[in-house]
Write a protein that binds this ligand. Sequence first.
Ligand SMILES: [Zn+2]
Length: 187
Amino acid sequence: MNEELIEAIAFGSVTLVGYFGNFPRKHGNCFSVKANDEKYYRILNFNHENLTELIKRETVSFPIKISVLKERFAVIVDGRIPNEWYSRTFCENCCPRDLLPAPQRINQILDIQRGIRTETKMEMNGEVFYSIGYNIKSNQPGYIYTPYIVEQAQNIEILCDQNFNSKEINKVLLTEITITKKDEGED
Ligand SMILES: [Zn+2]
């Protein structure tokens, strides 16, 4: 981990999936922040609802300390925020495979062996992607397998979980997310 911290100065983009429950929430939307180096970083160890709540409670405010792990991926490392608000796991949709904590990758490999998870390797513009499928119901209460949401500037297509795509309501959701992303134009 990069222990040289920089400062996030504002929110960037955010995914749009409905989550409910008491704070701090275990699951929530993913988001990116704009840092004091003018770049945007996807945050891997925090959800948007928790950070918004902490700002509302005046526990913390921008600038917020982050550590850049690689390229445009970062984690929040700010002592003002109590430990229980940090995510114990990285978002498996957003996190590149080489940054995913080993226990999480082990669980994925176990799911592949058991036939629950499938991974299809794809290449686009010289970049490698994995299309992920899950052979279980994706409508667990308060949790939807989110599609990959990526910044327009990154030249990456949106990929989605197979179950996610098969549901009519999710198709509509995905369309709305895509439109929102286009309108946002954060760069
Ligand atoms: Zn995510």
